[in-house]
Design a protein around this ligand. Structure first.
Ligand code: 13P
Length: 255
């Protein structure tokens, strides 16, 4: 059995100025310090990365960004490159459903970002998940399998020890208060996500990749998800903006 260290990540989305981020991290640090055996990851907006990285410098809290461009440099006004982020971050969220829905990100673009992140030793947290319509049409497995496969095409995963994280976030569960069932998520990871990775990179790697659940996770329901053998942590949106709640979710992952 592969040993996968639980990962609890806070995706702050479009929230918190650098000043507000500083306050939230100051409130988080005392509680997070006591949590062992769980990797804790904060993903603030770009503008708060420097402030947060200074605050958490001597802790085991990890830092990630929420998006990036695949080009290294050049005339791409408004974009941020992998090496710019690699100065601060260990992780990068890619292909979030909000980026797919509002900014038109395609599987092909997500794939270019994944490969660029890996080349700069940033660990991608690749978000996949079906819409409500796809779910109701019985297409969840096909959509998720395709998202995973197309994100990972040509990726050099066999070199690193912890090359990618997958976050399964059904779109209908995000920000709705209507979380998926823990059992349903476990089944989808076991029957769809790990076999897709295994088909591309072998079973050993498929067993090592951490797969998170995201979508209306809170301190009340987190334990139920973490009790599932295939769920290796959570990607938390709204509930990551409150220090006590996020600490509670990290505590629930301690087992
Ligand atoms: P919520 O936790 O607010 O539902 O958001 C989940 C999410 O999109 C995390 O990336």
């Amino acid at each position: 059995m592969a040993m996968r260290v639980p990962l609890v990540a806070g995706n702050w989305k479009l929230n918190k100025t650098a000043t507000e981020a500083y306050k939230l991290v100051a409130d988080l640090m005392p509680g997070l310090r006591n949590i062992q055996g769980v990797e804790k990851l904060l993903c603030p907006p770009f503008t708060a990365l420097m402030a947060v990285s200074r605050l958490i410098k001597d802790t085991d809290i990890r830092l990630g960004a929420q998006n990036m461009y695949w080009e290294e440099k050049g005339a791409y006004t408004g974009e941020i490159s992998p090496s710019m982020l690699a100065e601060f971050c260990q992780y990068i969220i890619l292909g979030h459903s909000e980026r797919r829905a509002y900014f038109g990100e395609t599987n092909e673009q997500v794939n270019r970002k994944v490969r660029a992140a890996l080349a700069h030793h940033l660990t991608p947290v690749i978000c996949v998940g079906e819409t409500l319509e796809e779910n109701e049409a019985g297409r969840a497995a096909g959509v998720v399998s395709r998202q995973v496969r197309e994100a990972l095409l040509g990726a050099d995963l066999l070199a690193g020890s912890d090359p990618v994280v997958i976050a399964y976030e059904p779109v209908w569960a995000i920000g709705t208060g209507r979380a998926a069932t823990a059992d349903g998520v476990n089944t989808l990871i076991r029957n769809v996500i790990r076999p897709t990775i295994a088909g591309m990179f072998g079973d050993d790697l498929a067993q090592r990749v951490r797969v998170l659940y995201g979508g209306s996770v809170n301190s009340g329901n987190a334990k139920e998800f973490f009790a599932q053998p295939e769920i290796d942590g959570a990607l938390v949106g709204g509930a990551s903006l409150d220090a006590r709640t996020f600490i509670g979710i990290c505590e629930a992952a301690q087992g």
